[in-house]
Design a protein around this ligand. Sequence first.
Ligand code: HEC
Length: 123
Amino acid sequence: MFKLKVFVVFLFVAFAVLACSNGNTKRNEFNIAESKSYEASLFRQNCAICHGQEANGKEVDGKLIPSLRYGDAATKSEEEIYLQIKEGKLPMPAFKNQLSEKEIRQMTQFVRRDLQGKQETNN
Ligand code: HEC
């Protein structure tokens, strides 16, 4: 009987996780969770906790943390995104002490190229 309960709870959790991940991945877009790129792993370690596993934004304590794919983020210039990551902007922390200059540039490209589908030739 006890085992059955555990199984039912397990099923419930499994479905909940599935439902959430389905909501987070959209169409054919770049899949961060499945990507083996270095940038994707940096994103998973440093950004996903706030911006969501697939960078679609997330609500934390009633505050909306923006998607990095759509909306406001997609109107930002490369320099603005670079500065946002490097210097932060409350409540987002600065990453200049956690990521190297090169990694901040890589994350800027990651947001623009992989998440927003913009082609970049500079840098
Ligand atoms: C502690 C939570 C937190 C973490 C961790 C975090 N962010 Fe943010 N981020 C935010 C919030 C909140 C905003 C909105 C700030 C504002 O109101 O301008 C934001 C905004 C942004 C923006 C600008 C989006 C826009 O709509 O203008 C970018 C780009 C961004 N974050 C990238 C990143 C990247 C890349 C990482 C990982 C290196 C990261 N963030 C980690 C909370 C976070």
